[in-house]
Write a protein that binds this ligand. Structure first.
Ligand code: CO
Length: 469
């Protein structure tokens, strides 16, 4: 039996459309709508190869639910990068950790006026009424939710300058507007916090706050409470002048400076006023889990790494070397006291990544449950289990099966469900023994399997998805 998880890093070349996947168990009849997932489909690029997990060419997957049946389709995103690879047999634009070979002259020109391949392989959102794929470069790529066909790169109707943005915008529960951040690299670097109105139409970014940063940090996500946008500025930074000169990919310009603190910043989301900044010990995180206000404090839950090793661990060479460990993240709760200090507690001993909550009902509010993928904390092997954490008492529930490697668990509330965890979670699981993947449907409350729908091929390890009713 082959149970090597590295199957998840092998490419899926084909594009499929299947009306009904074989279902085992009992699919909840109330489950409707569509789960879109995003992630790399291949790390090959003609004669060249992508160097990092994050750099693979974006592939969208669509699971449709109706009357207990599950349909499936997948398609590569026709981004400028993808089209360049098809035409020229090599990559044409820089990625997180992969760069096209260029002359020094071209490197300099591209550094001063960057062009983006918009290989949006990280997440899926609805922005100003449109379905979009997102990554950390600024422009979203619109796709057709029925056919998964690429509509095109969305050009914003504004003049906001910046390079690094978050593929995890937040939606304001009251207004529906989206909040996000973008890092502006120049002689005077800054983080800009902006919002995009929910109304359909040409999306415009309205910058509401700007926080200066001499050496901008790598920030993949942020928190949104009732009143505040909360940034965590890690000491994993880029020297902008050096980045312009070296012409190396972004990831190779990141410097871990543990002698510096991690800084939290809270910005009032109506007025744009920076209401506080807090310094705490050096750590790095990709993912905020949730943030809320309680008892005069701002509470920020996130998945913290002691350093930046996780970025090295996700280079393809490391991922494809047998049994290489992967850094484990710890679920921490930071408390930011107005005019005072910041401190944290660890909420569970289980390593966690790709965290999800009951977002619509609980983002920005006190909550009980976080779902994520987990890993063996001793061997730190590739994540091989789903974990549900009760953040009130640290208790956990786990799902795992021999040779199976689950992806991000997306929570979908049951209609008229009473509890925070009344609903299901959906996770794409790589079944290495079968050589295929299946969509696992779990009862979120009991954390037990309800059904699985098997895809006839494997689905490479991806990042984030979103369900739309
Ligand atoms: Co992410």
């Amino acid at each position: 039996m082959n149970t090597d998880h590295r199957l998840g890093f092998s490419p899926l070349e084909g594009e499929f459309e299947l009306d009904a996947l074989p279902v085992e168990g009992s699919m909840p009849m109330w489950l409707r709508g569509t789960l879109f997932r995003n992630g790399p489909g291949t790390w090959g690029a003609g004669r060249t190869r992508m160097r990092h997990w994050f750099d693979g060419l974006a592939m969208l997957h669509r699971f449709g639910f109706h009357g207990g049946r599950v349909s499936y389709a997948n398609k590569y995103l026709r981004s400028p990068q993808y089209l360049h690879v098809q035409r020229k047999g090599r990559i044409g634009y820089g990625e997180f950790a992969t760069d096209p070979c260029r002359s020094i002259f071209k490197r300099l020109t591209s550094a001063f006026s960057p062009q983006f391949g918009s290989n949006a392989s990280v997440s899926v959102h609805k922005l100003a009424g449109r379905f979009v794929a997102l990554t950390e470069t600024p422009l979203p790529v619109e796709f057709d939710p029925e056919t998964l066909q690429t509509v095109g790169v969305i050009e914003y109707e504004d003049n906001v300058q910046g390079i690094g943005t978050s593929p995890h915008p937040h939606n304001d529960p009251k207004t529906g507007e989206a909040f996000n951040t973008i890092t502006h690299f120049s002689r005077h670097c800054s983080y800009k916090i902006f919002r995009i109105a929910a109304q359909a139409g040409a999306p415009r970014r309205e910058v509401m706050a700007e926080i200066p940063a001499s050496e901008p940090a790598y920030m993949h996500s942020f928190g949104l409470t009732k009143h505040y946008v909360v940034l965590a500025e890690y000491p994993l930074v880029v020297n902008p002048a050096k980045m312009l000169l070296t012409g190396k990919p972004y990831a190779e310009n990141l410097q871990w400076k543990p002698e510096r603190p991690t800084r939290f910043h809270a910005v009032n989301k109506e007025s744009g006023v920076l209401v506080g900044s807090w310094e705490t010990e050096a750590f790095f995180a990709f993912h905020h889990v949730n943030a809320f206000e309680k008892g005069g404090e701002i509470v920020v839950d996130l998945l913290a790494y002691p350093d930046d090793a996780v970025i090295q661990d996700h280079y393809m060479d490391a991922l494809l070397s047998h049994e290489a460990p992967t850094a484990a993240a710890e679920l921490r709760r930071y408390r930011l006291r107005p005019g005072g200090s910041a401190s944290y507690e660890v909420l569970t001993g289980e390593p966690l990544e790709l965290p999800r909550i009951n977002y619509d009902a609980h983002n920005g509010r006190d909550y009980s449950y976080v779902y994520g993928i987990g890993q063996n904390r001793i061997t730190q092997g590739w994540p091989d289990r789903l974990v549900k954490v009760d953040v009130r008492n640290g208790s956990t529930r786990t799902w795992c099966e021999d040779g199976c490697y689950p992806g991000e668990p997306v929570f979908i509330p049951a209609p008229n469900g009473q509890g925070e965890d009344s609903g299901v979670i959906l996770s794409v699981v790589l079944d290495t023994a079968a050589g295929t993947s299946f969509l696992l449907v779990m009862n979120a409350s009991s954390f037990t399997e309800e059904a699985r729908a098997r895809v006839p091929h494997h689905i490479p390890f991806g990042f984030h998805g979103q369900h739309f009713g």
